[in-house]
Design a protein around this ligand. Structure first.
Ligand code: GH3
Ligand code: MG
Ligand code: MG
Ligand code: MG
Length: 324
């Protein structure tokens, strides 16, 4: 029924019709506390958009943050508030920073228009407001906002894909490789301790062989969760290979790292892993090798190599253990 309304309103008006056809109806918040002006804005914009009117500017800031409209139309000459200040607040609050803002000014308001544009307001109109010009500028801002949202989502998804392991949600090998060096450098420059764990699930091949590859994947996901939950947020946890994780622990001496590794080992071993298909739960244990920064020429590679050698000994000595 909204489409029908939009179409009816557009009859005989090529510009209005064009907007209706492109389906660019957005959500618009109007901030105006003068009833006559506010009514005209609402009646014009609601032909093509879903419109909310909020006469109270401070309330409008909350509404904008909570509902994230595509566009906020702000009257600069509010009776009860400085409209320019509201524009500034919209631009400085994280939740509203990316919203479109269109300001409505009086002709003699040139200085304030410039200040508004300087604050990052997207566009403005000077009173008396031409109905078609208001619709055109609102439409452009809605389109720009939609485009910017899509772009932001794409960038976000691309970054996520590049740094997160899709099976476990942990960081991937590439992320580890690009951050490990800086963590080692920083520890060396500040004379701070740093420890590295290499973790490898015991007899994981037999999990796959016994329960199937999907169950193996479930175990890997649950393993990743238990490891992550056993550590603190500055610790970098990455999937290094198939069922091997590397943990880089900044500001952490060997003994603290050993305690963390024992915490992980207990958490993994004490409760069998539930899997999605079937009712079996699978007992899992992990072996962990640890190395700490203790040589001037230590590098990520030398640290992983020492931790890996410790892991190898843990396997040799019977698995389900922590070796430094
Ligand atoms: P060990 O105690 O010596 O570590 O024995 P293991 O069986 O764990 O030996 P190994 O580390 O050589 O084998 C790892 C197995 O992990 C081999 C591979 O089939 C399996 N694997 C690697 N990546 C994945 C994965 O993403 N999903 C599943 N289900 N299995 C994986
Ligand atoms: Mg192995
Ligand atoms: Mg293994
Ligand atoms: Mg392995």
């Amino acid at each position: 029924s909204r489409a029908a309304t939009t179409r009816d309103a557009g009859m005989g008006d090529p510009l209005v019709q064009a907007v209706a056809d492109t389906g660019l109806g957005g959500r618009i918040l109007i901030v105006d506390d003068r009833p006559g002006s506010a009514d005209r804005l609402v009646s014009t914009l609601s032909n093509q958009h879903t419109v909310t009117l909020e006469p109270n500017a401070q309330q409008a800031l909350f509404v904008a943050a909570a509902e994230a409209p595509d566009l906020v139309v702000v009257s600069l000459d509010l009776v009860d508030y400085d409209g320019l200040r509201l524009c500034s607040q919209l631009r400085s609050v994280e939740a509203t920073r990316h919203l479109g803002v269109l300001m409505l000014a009086e002709a003699e308001d040139n200085a304030r228009i410039l200040r508004g544009l300087d604050l990052g307001v997207n566009d403005y109109l000077v009173r008396p407001i031409d109905r078609n010009e208001l619709l055109a500028r609102a439409r452009t801002q809605v389109r720009r906002k939609r485009y910017a949202d899509r772009l932001r989502e794409t960038v976000h998804a691309t970054i996520e894909l590049a740094i997160v392991d899709s099976l476990t949600g942990l960081h991937n090998r590439r992320y580890l490789d690009s951050h490990f060096g800086a963590l080692v450098d920083e520890a060396q420059n500040r004379g701070r301790p740093l420890s590295v764990l290499v973790l490898d699930i015991d007899k994981f091949k037999s999990v796959n062989d016994t329960y199937g590859h999907d169950a193996g994947d479930d175990v890997l996901r649950e393993f990743a969760q238990r490891v992550r939950k056993s550590l603190r947020s500055p610790d970098l946890v990455a999937r290094y290979g198939g069922e091997e994780l590397v943990v880089v622990m900044p500001n952490t001496p060997l003994e603290t790292a050993r305690a963390a590794a024992e915490r992980i080992r207990a958490r993994v071993g004490q409760e069998p892993f539930a899997i999605h298909k079937g009712s079996s739960s699978i007992p899992v244990t992990v072996s962990i090798g640890i190395a700490s920064l203790d040589r001037l020429d230590d590098t990520p590679d030398s640290l992983v190599k020492r931790a890996d050698q410790a892991l190898y000994r843990a396997k040799e000595e019977g698995r389900n253990r922590v070796i430094t």
